[in-house]
Design a protein around this ligand. Structure first.
Ligand SMILES: Nc1ncnc2c1ncn2[C@@H]1O[C@H](COP(=O)(O)OP(=O)(O)OP(=O)(O)O)[C@@H](O)[C@H]1O
Ligand SMILES: [Mg+2]
Length: 214
């Protein structure tokens, strides 16, 4: 199973979610590979500042040929998570084609939802070549106890992929953990931040399992 955390818009939380989801799966005993497909190399830098033993392997593959090269590498792992690059169309396109499931992080504002049209167009295009690719949106950086606005939810209705029934809140613990090459799963395993990541992971498991079983 290959999950791509992808979005052409920058700074939406691709790397944060990719690392934390990878940690949640690895804690369950899965052999996980995180592929840094972004030339910025944020996930690679994260792993280089880490002093703790690795929970999962991290490799850099910021290549437009990722979809051709990844299957052979992925065969050695239970799960591969791709941390995608922003903007560079060729890299995003290849990462989508490499994925079984595309998780699209979105911040809870209409501007951010509207800007998803670009990634949705790329996923739809990739589905012409690989119809089995599935996709879903997840809200990241939800503020406090606020509900996601009805207008924001409604704005997702224009897209052919579902908004997952969970969201990740804005929490400083994500950045604090990342600064040490860690995840909230490790620094604060019983915190609300970790529980949100566990919940997202559970939903991803159900969604991707349903697809492989279908
Ligand atoms: N849920 C969150 N709570 C608090 N801060 C967050 C959260 N998610 C992401 N951030 C912060 O937002 C910034 C951007 O996040 P991140 O680097 O994960 O986004 P990205 O989509 O990978 O960016 P890029 O497109 O540049 O690769 C970082 O400083 C990160 O710590
Ligand atoms: Mg990133």
């Amino acid at each position: 199973m290959i999950i791509g955390v992808l979005q052409q818009k920058g700074g939406v939380g691709k790397t944060t979610l990719a690392l934390n989801i990878a940690a949640a799966y690895a804690k369950e005993g899965l052999k996980v590979l995180l592929v840094d497909a972004d030339p910025q190399g944020s996930a690679l830098t994260w792993s280089s500042v880490r002093e703790a033993p690795p929970l999962f392997a991290v490799v850099g593959m910021p290549k437009p040929t990722l979809h051709k090269e990844l299957p052979a590498v992925a065969a050695d792992y239970d799960l591969v998570i791709i941390d995608g690059a922003p903007q560079v169309k060729e890299l995003v396109r290849s990462a989508i084609l490499a994925s079984d499931y595309v998780l699209i992080p979105v911040q809870p504002s209409p501007f951010d939802v509207w800007s998803c049209a670009d990634i949705v167009a790329l996923v739809s295009e990739a589905q012409q070549f690989k119809p089995s690719i599935a996709a879903g949106f997840v809200i990241n950086r939800k503020i406090g106890n606020t509900a996601i606005g009805r207008d924001v939810k409604k704005a997702f209705g224009q897209f052919p992929y579902p908004l997952l029934k969970t969201s990740i809140s804005q929490r400083v613990s994500f950045a604090e953990a990342a600064a040490q090459g860690l995840t909230v799963i490790e620094t604060a395993p019983s915190s609300p931040a970790a529980w949100e990541i566990y919940e997202l992971t559970e939903i991803l498991k159900t969604t991707t399992h349903e697809r492989t079983a279908a």
